[in-house]
Design a protein around this ligand. Structure first.
Ligand SMILES: Cc1cc2nc3c(=O)[nH]c(=O)nc-3n(C[C@H](O)[C@H](O)[C@H](O)COP(=O)(O)OP(=O)(O)OC[C@H]3O[C@@H](n4cnc5c(N)ncnc54)[C@H](O)[C@@H]3O)c2cc1C
Length: 221
């Protein structure tokens, strides 16, 4: 999504860049603002350059703002981002968005880099009474495994489609959900990922009796 609206942008200097797994990158810069876990920022390479939105992937009190992104080979921004080094400049908007977490019991469901807002919520102290269901193709793509596993234990479910591992479900998130005998209609269900993943997941939740207003979605398009 290109966001060339009238948002104010500010320059930041990169303090962190790393390829966490094949094609999945994390970049970071010093935090100079407050945000709510789950919010997004717009990112551009030049002050008036095309912007894309990214979930903040750090805790509300962390010293760095980090972003987790997937390299889209034929995309505009991510190939350029992947060539950046620490010391380079990015232009960012202020944080925004309503996909924010709270202390209520909930299920967090994501695929790929859609884990970012939930990692932000976890690092902001919101992991209690949460169940996290994540989907990826490869095991190495379950970033932040240790923190999710330590804090959530059996409430941290990895759905892996291309590899098997003890403790990981073999298959997609949607398949995992479809196989559940019962889902609690009183919980809130947060969904984050591609439009296809979110729509498919929402349909399954609704077919299993989850009221529409208990489903909160963030679509990466
Ligand atoms: C609210 C919101 C939050 C977002 N947060 C994140 C985030 O935290 N991490 C992240 O990686 N992305 C996130 N995105 C997607 C991001 O804004 C860009 O669309 C993405 O990084 C591709 O940008 P690009 O300029 O490289 O490709 P573009 O030139 O914009 O797009 C090229 C094509 O790639 C498609 N595309 C977009 N994302 C993907 C993807 N992940 N895999 C395959 N194809 C894709 C686009 O639909 C388009 O058709 C978010 C989007 C929204 C709307």
């Amino acid at each position: 999504m290109v966001t060339n609206d009238n948002h104010q942008v500010s320059p930041v200097t990169l303090t962190f860049t790393e390829e966490l797994s094949a094609g999945i990158y994390m970049i970071g810069f010093k935090r100079t603002f407050f945000f709510r876990a789950g919010q997004v920022i717009g990112v551009a390479l030049q002050q008036n350059g095309p912007r894309r939105l990214y979930s903040i992937c750090s805790g509300e009190q962390d010293e760095e703002i980090r972003i987790l992104y997937k390299l889209v080979d034929n995309g505009y921004l991510t190939p350029l981002l992947s060539g950046l080094e620490t010391g380079d400049t990015l232009w960012i908007t202020e944080p925004g968005g309503e996909f924010t977490g709270d202390r209520e019991p909930a299920v967090w469901i994501a695929a790929g880099t859609g884990v970012a807002p939930f990692y932000s919520m976890l690092r902001s102290g919101l992991a209690e009474q949460k169940r996290v269901i994540l989907g990826n193709r490869y095991l190495e793509q379950f970033h932040f495994f240790d923190e999710f596993d330590t804090l959530l234990g059996e409430n941290y479910i990895r759905c892996c489609t291309a590899e098997t591992d003890e403790g990981a479900y073999s298959g997609r998130v949607t398949q995992y959900l479809a196989e559940q005998a019962e889902l609690d209609p009183k919980l809130k269900y947060y969904l984050c990922g591609s439009a296809e993943m979110v729509v498919e997941t929402r349909d399954i939740l609704i077919s299993k009796g989850i009221p529409f207003d208990r489903i909160i979605s963030e679509i990466y398009f």
